[in-house]
Design a protein. Sequence first.
Lengths: 109, 190
Amino acid sequence: MLILHCPCCGVDADETDLHAGGEAHLKRHGPGSSDEAFEEYLFMRENPKGVHFERWRHAYGCGKWFLAARCTNTLEVFGTYSAQTLEPPQDIKDAISAKRPGWVWREFT
Amino acid sequence: MSNAISAVQARVAPGEVTIREDGLRGMIILRGDLASKKLRNICKSVTGVAVPAQGQVDVTGGKGLCWMSPDELLVLVPYAEAAQALDAIDKAFSGEHYLAENVSDARALIHVEGAFAREVMAKLAPVDLHPDSFKPGDFRRTRLAQAAAAFWMRDEDTFEVICFRSVAEYVFGLLAQSAKEGPVGYFTKA
């Protein structure tokens, strides 16, 4: 069972309190963008065995969105952080590097 | 005018742990900037208590405030005073962004009273309810089995549960069954 710490209300929420929101850090491409960029935005997703970044919503709790860094292989959670950010904060990156040296996820390392 | 009645009409399921519906209670959802001076002042004047810290609740004598999310409070007042309290809140916020709505008739309030109330709740909610982790004054929004609910402890042996009126029958049944099944004996009191 996955337990994530909600950075918005500060509780450790059980998976059943949460709603998964898919991949984090997507860059939106809308009208005016190239077909390739729009396709990438709409359909192309990471499917890693290992470090992954996801959006979660604390649906039964405070109702806020947040982001989580975790390992899809071991279900280990490296940390959760605010959704109001364009890239994972340094302390999250450091926490991952300590456990998974040399990790790469999209443009983040 | 029609007479307002509560969701399960103050039903009681007596036992070692008694489940009792509170009856009608005034509840106002208030969204806004919780750090705002206007919000803090009006909450204090309506309920007599200060805005609680994150994840906390402060209820005394039927009036109080629950911390629902970083931008949301639940204001508790006696049922008859809800409309008046809402008026006061609307007046106080002139010029500031906020949302206040009287949800008294959309919610139900149920008490869980007795020696193993903690275990009655722990069987239903995915929450760490160990006496070291969840204490009187803590407030938690979560689910009870399949329904959304929020609860806090009035004292060591009493929980107060808020749920949507539409699922009050279900939540009351859940709590009553959980109480009837008896204690698990997992939480030992020191």
